[in-house]
Design a protein around this ligand. Structure first.
Ligand code: THU
Length: 152
């Protein structure tokens, strides 16, 4: 299995870049493109709530807008305000049990648009050595994608 430790560490490192004055829940993602480029994203909230963007979609939209279309994997992490302020998150104390939670449905749908569900890896974890790898298909079975509209 691919070693995704570095990708996960990159996501953890950027947790303090998220803009979360409403939920106080920090999310960060690192998206690995097939050419080896890594594009990062964080959640950015908004006073009108619905314009809020998740870390995963932030990373995908940044990447696509920079010309990337082929993706290998995304590492996703989240932590509370307390964990961020105490620095605990750096020791791997991330909120949420990975394996029991993951990207929201809207982000999974965006992944489905650009990725092969049988191949694309979603990495959830706490540290470079403590993580789990899921295929998009496991997290988003029977998803609707471009192929369903006859588009390759
Ligand atoms: N959020 C993400 O950025 N990614 C996820 O996978 C789940 C939720 C954000 C959205 C919102 O800013 C905050 O976490 C609380 O829902």
């Amino acid at each position: 299995m691919t070693d995704y430790g570095k990708l996960l560490e990159m996501a953890i490192k950027d947790l303090d870049k998220s803009y979360v004055p409403y939920s106080h829940f920090h999310c960060s993602a690192a998206l690995l493109c097939s050419d080896g480029t890594i594009v990062k994203g964080v959640n950015i909230e908004n006073a009108a709530y619905t314009p809020t963007i998740c870390a995963e979609r932030c990373a995908f939209f940044k990447a696509v807008s920079e010309g990337h279309r082929d993706f290998v994997a995304i590492a996703v992490v989240g932590c509370s305000e307390e964990a961020l302020e105490s620095g605990e998150y750096k020791e791997g104390h991330l909120a949420g049990e990975y394996g029991n939670s993951g990207p929201c449905g809207v982000c999974r749908q965006v992944m489905q648009e650009f990725c092969d569900p049988d191949k694309f890896d979603i990495i959830l974890g706490r540290s470079a050595t403590d993580y789990k790898v899921f295929k998009l298909k496991e997290m988003y079975p029977y998803g609707f994608g471009p192929a369903d509209l006859g588009i390759k």
